[in-house]
Design a protein around this ligand. Structure first.
Ligand SMILES: [Zn+2]
Length: 401
């Protein structure tokens, strides 16, 4: 089993390289990506990919000891139906078998793995079959098919490994090659497998089969929906949360994807991140905050305005630079403002000394530091809003201001 996994190599081939003995030996389980990742958005790259696929197809059709298979899966766009896995098998120019299975309520890679399993089971049963080619749109599923370790759909992988181990042991010239056929291409025999899978509509029933990845995906979806719903509740979000819009004018909603909604546009700029969180949560070293929590600090702004609140800092304070008639609609607007004005929402008091001590001595003086600084107030008054952006911002704010 381990040997199978170690022997899986991913290569990049063009039509000129196909059949090169160096590529095929000594590996006997080969995965081939056509084209380069990320390049398939371009029409030229797609056309080149299609040409390579047809070249490979022409070659495999010329040998009578080769079985080639096209596999694909179809996933329903609703919860009332199940996924379907399909495999079509060919030798020379003829299709000689096709099979499809109800895959259950699973993810696309799970269903593709099922299809690969079906294809390998049937192909290895054929007489005079020394080479197997499998056209799939998921090289990741091909990798999983020959990986016996713990993962979603492991049962299929174990079956594939057992089958291939016996088949490869029969003849040292036997090889199996997985070829990536991008689904976007809707290419020839791969499109046939796609249509074959899609033609079968199967109701989910009461207890459809499922997979580890599918269950995890469902849990993540429900968590995200709950988080979004809670975020609409002011008692959870906080009454002073700064509302901004997405580029499509919808309101920002929390997500865990790509570093989250509020963190992603900040990049690696920690100073901007800390001041952005203060601004959004309205927990910042400004007059309105000092007044709110009875902190003995000046309420007036340095510009002379009697009450320094979040709107004043963002929209009208002459201590900060901004374009005429500027108004922040989007998160990026605020980020740009903070980058241009490094003192906006920054602590006036010199906290560097405390932060330096914290860095030198670890967390030991942390409690004392919190008691002596306004960080204590930030900590105690963050309330539920902190659950959105994380109490970690307190630590960040101490270390970065
Ligand atoms: Zn001001």
């Amino acid at each position: 089993m381990g040997r199978l996994q170690l022997n899986l190599k991913v290569g990049f081939v063009s039509s000129q390289l196909f059949g090169c003995s160096k590529l095929l030996k000594p590996e006997r389980i080969i995965a081939v990506n056509i084209g380069r990742p990320g390049s398939l958005l371009e029409q030229d790259a797609l056309e080149a990919c299609e040409r390579d696929l047809f070249t490979i197809l022409r070659n495999v059709r010329l040998s009578d000891d080769t079985v080639y298979c096209s596999v694909d899966a179809s996933l329903p766009d609703n919860t009332q139906h199940q996924a379907v896995s399909a495999a079509i098998l060919y030798r020379e120019f003829e299709e000689f078998n096709r099979i499809r299975h109800i895959a259950g309520r699973v993810t696309a890679p799970d269903a593709e793995l099922f299809a690969i399993h079906s294809a390998i089971t049937l192909a290895t049963q054929q007489d005079n079959c020394e080479k197997i080619y499998i056209f799939t749109d998921s090289i990741a599923s091909a990798r999983r098919a020959v990986d016996p370790s713990l993962h979603s759909g492991q049962g299929h992988s174990l079956a594939v490994c057992r089958t291939l181990a016996a088949w490869l042991a029969e003849d040292s010239s036997c090889t199996i090659t997985f070829i990536q056929a991008p689904s976007k291409l809707e290419w020839s025999i791969h499109k046939e497998a796609h249509d074959y899978a899609k033609d079968l509509i199967s109701p989910a029933g009461l207890r459809p089969a499922t997979s580890l990845d599918s269950v995890q995906k469902a849990i993540t979806k429900r968590s995200q929906e709950t988080w979004t719903r809670m975020f609409e509740d002011l008692s959870y979000k906080g009454h002073n949360f700064l509302h901004l819009e997405r580029l499509d004018r919808d309101a920002l909603i929390p997500t865990y994807i790509n570093g989250g909604v509020w963190l992603s546009p900040v990049g690696g700029n920690l100073s901007v991140a800390v001041r952005l969180f203060r601004c959004i949560l309205n927990h910042a070293p400004i007059g309105s905050y000092y007044e709110w929590f009875n902190i003995p600090e000046p309420l007036a702004c340095e510009c002379g305005f009697h009450c320094q609140d979040c709107d004043h800092v963002l929209l009208s304070c002459n201590k900060h630079k901004r374009k005429a008639n500027w108004h922040p609609h989007y998160l990026k607007d605020v980020v740009d403002f903070l980058e241009e004005n490094p003192l906006a929402f920054s602590f006036r008091r010199p906290v560097v000394k405390g932060a330096a001590r914290l860095q030198q001595n670890g967390l030991e003086p942390f409690g004392e530091y919190l008691r002596l600084s306004s960080g204590f107030w930030v900590r105690s008054q963050l309330g539920r809003a902190s659950q959105c952006l994380g109490v970690e911002l307190l630590l960040l704010s101490l270390l970065c201001t």
